[in-house]
Design a protein. Sequence first.
Length: 319
Amino acid sequence: MALSPIRMLPAYRYGDATPWGGSMLHTLFGRLLPDSRTGESLEISAIDALNSRDEQGRPLSDLIGLYGERLTGRGLASPFPLLLKLIDARDRLSVQVHPDDAYAQKHEHKLGKTEAWIILYAEEGAQLVYGVRENVTKEALMNGALQGAAVEKLLRFVPVKAGDVFYIPAGTVHAIGRGIVLYEIQQSSDVTYRFYDWDRTDAQGKKRELHLKKALDVTDTEKRLDAVSPRSLPLSGTGERLLLLSSPFFTVERYKNCQRASLAPVGVCRLATALKKTTLAWADGVLTLHPGDSALLPADGYPLTLSSGDVLMSQPIAW
């Protein structure tokens, strides 16, 4: 028997773990948040101690143990390849970089981290750090980071607005700016090397730890990236289907103003996040997602009928 879509309930990172977080997930989606500084909602996560859960309270890792590749897709059960977050940046996040798989497995015994962002909300004037400026060397980055604020003039700042899509491959220096809420799809990894944290201190006057040697090891100073332009894809049914991004690790699509659009199983799981009310119907059931809700659509799932004003759909790449 095919598996039904599974509504997932998030784990949160908040308080001192995300001192830059805020309460916009309540403002936008009506969430009951654990703290006024809630920075990350891990919507679909198999990260240790931060598993998302189904409505029965079962962690995603347990669901994968129960259903295996019927849930994830062939070769994707261990480790589960993706992590889906909603991020609220009331203040700036640290300037950071992530390693690729080879470096992360050698030094951290974990996956590397390539990710993508879809901007859901941005205050006027909001910006990202998206790479470094032309002709900036690793030596200059090191010297700037050691001096603190001197590194800021080496960074590339780009303005953002709701709907923008950004690809952040491993090795890209980046930071989310203040006044932004975004959807983040990434490899399932928590490996982050911090360059600079805007000289912030905690209540005891301590600065956050930096990881300059490893950060410089993995940084690609030659990368020049711009926001990604979506393109239309065929859709069975009424509405609009857009390919936002295709990478070696995942794809992201957006379905807008759909009525009875067909979603056939594709052999891998899908991760769905509703931005407007969404219904997923199948032979003997229906799941309604309200704005901000996420669901895991199993690889061995039913053919689905989608009706939605706006929903994001990510899926892993099968190897």
